[in-house]
Write a protein that binds this ligand. Structure first.
Ligand code: UD1
Length: 375
């Protein structure tokens, strides 16, 4: 495989770091553009990067920085984004600026005549589906609307069929399910994806949108309270405080190890079969939050003296169930998830034990509660 000149935006972030490492190990020349946001990286200096990586600290919204970052680049992995679903609901303008406007600014530069970019891979998200796909035993497959406020207010967590009222059963969600975002974050992810694909098609720049399902990884910022639930829970368990589960803990996701996300990105770069299309990246397996919690407790707190706390409250913007149908990415790119959640717990636990996470989730939940976004 020919060595490529690659830019990874958000390359110091929790997915970017792993992607960069793999690209370097395969002999590609890698440049990172990252704002090193203190919420993610803390105020201390960031982890040192391998010396062959060129690091530019800066913002995707800054045109001069972008011009410098893109100079001589053939492949762009756009990973830079603000990622908190809850936080996006009270900082909608900031999320729209960084995610949506940031992507438009990047694509404007990539489409300019001087650009040498031949491929763009955008980190999209399953969150743009809103609720996933479900089955009604009476009416067949359905993609339901978001849960109603009065249902979640009285603790009615599961979705009913809008036609006959029967409780719905989650099905794997495929790429044909139309986007129906339930949070500002998800709106920006949809916007990022569409911006890249529309600009890519119009200017003949092969582009691929990868819809990541819930990614977990070692090297995740355990102290960032707006991180994914696996990191939040690992940090709480290590601090000896119980993980707090919204709703009844039976909501489910498709927890995907970061190395499988990296695998999908590399395949999207190396092959042209997926150009101009969107693909789910997940494991195809559904896990409830409670199962995840018990898995983490087994590894990180084998003493058995810590129990999950079921909050019975609802975080605005949350969906109930979504897990991936991965047949499309298997067919077009030959992708196969390699790391099971059981192996993933080991990985996360081993790394988390070397960390001293500060648990800031109480503060973050307080923020959401004071705005009525956790009820
Ligand atoms: C996550 C990512 C998003 C990504 C998407 C798909 C984060 C913050 N969000 O969204 O960037 O695009 O996956 O890859 O990484 N929960 C609790 N207690 C907590 C925290 C969360 O019960 O302390 C629950 C939530 O209410 C939700 C579930 O855990 O039901 C998952 O939440 P979260 O990890 O934030 O992920 P998503 O919102 O699915």
């Amino acid at each position: 495989m020919k060595s490529r000149r690659v830019l990874v935006t958000g390359g110091a972030g929790f997915i970017g770091t792993h992607l960069v490492e793999e690209l370097v190990s395969r002999g590609h020349r890698v440049r990172v553009l990252d704002a090193l946001d203190p919420q993610v990286h803390g105020h201390s200096s960031p982890r040192r990067m391998a010396k062959e990586i060129e690091m530019i600290r800066g913002d995707v919204l800054d045109e001069d920085t972008l011009a410098r970052a893109l100079s001589g680049i053939e492949v762009v992995f756009h990973q830079a984004a603000s990622v908190g679903v809850g936080q996006s609901m009270y900082e909608p303008a900031a999320y729209t600026r960084v995610n949506s406007l940031g992507t438009a600014t990047l694509m404007e530069k990539i489409a300019s005549p001087r650009s040498e970019v031949e491929k763009v891979v955008i980190a999209s998200s399953m969150s743009l589906y809103g609720e996933g796909k479900y089955d009604c035993s009476e009416c067949g497959p359905i993609h339901p609307s978001p849960r109603r406020r009065d249902d979640t207010a009285r603790g009615h967590w599961e979705l009913g069929c809008p036609q006959c009222g029967v409780d719905l059963k989650p099905l794997p969600t495929d790429e044909r399910v139309p986007p129906s975002p339930t949070s500002i974050y998800a709106i920006t992810k949809r916007c990022q994806e569409e911006t890249v694909l529309v600009m890519g098609r119009s200017y003949g720049i092969p582009s691929v949108a990868l819809r990541y399902f819930n990614v977990y990884s070692p090297a995740q910022s355990l102290s960032n309270p707006y991180r994914g639930v696996a990191a939040i829970f690992a940090s709480r368990i290590l601090n000896g405080v119980p993980p707090v589960l919204f709703e009844d803990g039976l909501q489910s996701r498709d927890f995907t190890h970061v190395s499988d996300i990296v695998q999908a990105n590399l395949l999207a770069m190396e092959r042209s079969d997926a150009d101009y299309s969107v693909l789910n990246v997940g494991t195809g397996r559904r896990t409830t939050l409670l199962e995840l919690t018990h898995g983490l407790l087994r590894k990180l707190r084998p003493e058995g003296d810590l129990q999950p706390q079921i909050a019975g409250s609802f975080r605005e913007g949350d969906i109930r169930h979504c897990f991936a149908d991965i047949s499309q990415i298997q067919k077009t790119l030959g992708f196969e998830p390699r790391v099971s959640l059981e192996e993933g717990y080991d990985d996360l636990a081993e790394w988390a034990r070397t960390q001293r996470p500060v648990d800031r989730t109480e503060q973050a939940f307080g923020e959401l509660r004071s705005r009525g976004l956790v009820r």
